[in-house]
Design a protein. Structure first.
Lengths: 113, 113
């Protein structure tokens, strides 16, 4: 078990471009969460999956954001038409189930220039 | 929904002293409270957690206490060491309005040697 893996670790993109991040959760973890963290703040919830089903989306997740978890394994988070306000650390976490220990990946730091 | 407040925002202690970080939560249905440590450029790392049927939990130099009536919980670090310097986040599991962790804003702990 190598923990939660996120790729890429860093991404610099021009405003208006699309970006996609990948998260590989701990195997056998059914729950997968995406959070966003800006400097000096705690992680803010974006969305979560129970296996392949996306069960909740935050109001922070505008229609430019889309997440998938095909076959209940890895997940991708895509941001279309990036804006400077999207610059943040995007964190992925996984857990066995609700209210269980959640383990985070190292995050993907996005910078929109 | 759940609201988690964390104090203090920064804390400086001398090496060997104790550090205490306090959090309050609003949702009386919350039943799971983890603490995370985050070092610069890394994802949050789970260091200890507590469930609502327990009042205190210890793991070596780290302990967490929970007061359900007052809806607050605290992290206690004894015999602090320079490597304890990091940002610490408390979180509460939001049960009523969604299945997710809600985080406090974080405490920057500096241990001076």
């Amino acid at each position: 078990d190598t923990g939660v893996s996120q790729n890429p670790r860093h991404k610099i993109t021009k405003r208006g471009q699309n970006v996609t991040f990948r998260c590989d959760p701990i195997s056998e973890h059914n729950r997968l969460y995406w959070y966003r963290q800006t400097l000096g703040q705690g992680p803010e919830f974006l969305t979560y999956f129970q296996n392949e089903a996306q069960l909740e989306k935050s109001r922070l997740l505008s229609d430019r954001f889309s997440a998938e978890r095909p076959k209940g394994s890895f997940s991708t988070l895509e941001i279309q038409r990036t804006e400077q306000g999207d610059s943040a650390m995007y964190l992925c976490a996984s857990s066995l189930g609700p209210a269980e220990e959640a383990f985070f990946g190292q995050g993907t730091r996005l910078t929109v220039v | 929904g759940e609201n988690v407040e964390q104090h203090p925002s920064t804390l400086s202690v001398q090496e060997g002293d104790s550090a205490v970080i306090k959090c309050t939560y609003s949702d009386s249905a919350s039943n799971y409270f983890p603490w995370y440590k985050q070092e610069l450029g890394k994802g949050p790392q789970l260091i200890i957690d507590i469930r609502s049927n327990v009042g205190e939990k210890k793991d070596q130099r780290i302990a967490v206490t929970l007061n359900k009536t007052a809806k607050h919980f605290s992290l206690h670090i004894t015999e602090t060491q320079p490597e304890d310097s990091a940002v610490y986040f408390c979180a509460a599991w939001e049960e009523e309005y969604g299945n997710k962790l809600v985080f406090g804003a974080g405490t920057i702990l500096r241990v001076k040697s």
